[in-house]
Design a binder for this molecule. Structure first.
Ligand SMILES: Cc1ncc(COP(=O)(O)O)c(C=O)c1O
Length: 423
């Protein structure tokens, strides 16, 4: 059984349910009833963005219909209601990540902004010429480019932990790379291009032995894994609401208070100050110090609804279902001649990248689309990983808990169709 959402006035009450039935859960996602090119939609582009349950859609429209007003500043009733609703989400995110303190939850626009915030703010405070930032070979551009910009500004250098042909991180190469000059290790929890789940705890332990903080890009992890930032002991953790079944334009930077307190503001403006004169500004405490300007209030409230929705699912069953899907899809594609899977790490989540012999991935994506199957084709904002495998692009099916084995069969049938067209 999936979660059951009961509407009570403007509030959605989640009734937790045991076990997991993807067919039942699909009914919570209105878009999954759509047809595309006359075929039932098979949505396998969840890594790009996930679909939204009715509870999230309703929370956002309820907010605009009943509560809309600016937060943290008004003394009127609507503003107070909106502020409470928005700030409650901080508590929900704290609980979801098992962070020690709500002050460690900073609302941002998404993973990209979270990483840029750390690169800019931590970078200004702690990174000097000759220092080093350590990344891995499987990072998304949003966990590469901000560090390059920082390097250009500071004269720091980027070092890259390599991977093997299966897409596993060569973790033993990390330790020798860490020196007295290393200021930060920044690593994806789950690779968006390969699906590799990185051993974050081990990476953090290795870095912390030398007093080096670790930033984790959790964009592709939170939709698939239970994340506990205290157990991981990472210093920063970033994710986007839209990949977690919530709205676009909002995301979270978790940062340990001891770092956030030492870091200068990222942007200046309203809401991040205590006192402003033309001579000097006294900044607000964390997390507001990092939250300049009017935030995406409706988006934050939608994120809260997504977290409530997910909290009512049986996560052991969700993880088992997704594992079964990925295994089944891997078997189906392995059994299809002319199809090569890119990324066979020991631990994977949610992502199946592949190429079809003699067919450009964009053509694969276009033909699949005509069959109603939505996948992504391209470099997945991870050009270095494409270079590592010597391909210009891959096709990528990425799964969510509402996907089914029947949809994997539809994917396999559509790939057969690609082969027929190009035979
Ligand atoms: C691993 C990873 N990091 C970062 C991002 C950037 O996320 P956003 O565009 O939501 O900021 C993505 C998006 O695909 C991703 O997959």
């Amino acid at each position: 059984m999936s979660a059951r959402i009961e509407r009570a006035g403007s509030l959605s009450t989640i009734v937790p349910a045991k076990g997991f039935d993807p067919e039942r859960v699909r009914r919570d996602f209105p878009i999954l009833e759509r047809k595309v090119h006359g075929k039932p939609l098979v949505y396998l582009d969840n890594g790009a963005t996930a679909q939204k349950p009715r509870a999230v859609i309703d929370a956002v429209s309820d907010y605009y219909e009943r509560t809309n007003s600016n937060i943290h500043r008004g003394i009127h009733h609507l503003s107070e209601e909106a502020t409470i609703a928005y700030e409650q989400v901080r508590g929900k995110v704290r609980a979801m990540l098992n962070a020690a303190d709500e002050r460690e939850i900073v609302f941002v626009r998404g993973t990209t902004e979270a990483i840029n915030l750390v690169a800019s703010s931590y970078g200004r405070a702690f990174v000097k010429p000759g220092d080093e930032i350590v990344l891995t070979a499987m990072e998304h551009h949003s966990n590469i480019v901000p560090w390059q910009i920082l390097s250009e500004q500071t004269g720091a250098r980027i070092r890259v932990v390599p991977i093997n042909d299966d897409g596993d991180l060569l973790i033993d190469e990390l330790e020798p790379m860490l020196t007295g000059k290393t200021r930060l290790v920044a690593v994806a929890h789950v690779s968006n291009a390969l699906g590799t789940v990185n051993p974050i705890q081990r990476i953090v332990q290795t870095a912390h032995r030398r007093g080096i903080p670790v930033l984790v890009d959790g964009a592709q992890a939170v939709p698939h894994l239970k994340v506990d930032v205290q157990a991981l002991d990472c210093d920063f953790y970033a994710f986007s609401a839209h990949k977690l079944f919530g709205p676009t334009g909002v995301g979270v930077l978790y940062g340990k208070a001891k770092w956030l307190e030492k870091m200068p503001p990222y942007e200046g403006g309203g809401s991040m100050i205590r006192l402003v004169t033309f001579e000097k500004t006294h900044y607000a405490e964390i997390p507001q110090k990092f939250e300049a300007g009017t935030p995406h209030i409706a988006g934050g409230i939608g994120l809260g609804a997504a977290i409530d929705y997910l909290a009512a699912l049986d996560w052991d069953a969700v993880v088992a279902h997704e594992h079964e899907l990925l295994t089944y899809a891997t078997e189906r594609l392995d059994a299809t001649t002319g199809v090569r899977i890119i990324g066979r790490a020991k631990e994977k989540a949610g992502v199946l990248s592949f190429v079809v012999d003699g067919v450009h991935p964009h053509d694969v994506g276009t033909i699949l689309d005509r069959e109603g199957v939505a996948i992504r084709a391209g470099h997945h904002c991870a050009m270095p990983i494409m270079q590592r495998y010597g391909v210009p692009a891959t096709a990528r099916a990425s799964f969510a808990f509402y996907n089914t084995k029947a949809e994997v069969d539809a994917l396999a049938r559509a790939i057969q169709r690609v082969k027929e067209v190009f035979a």
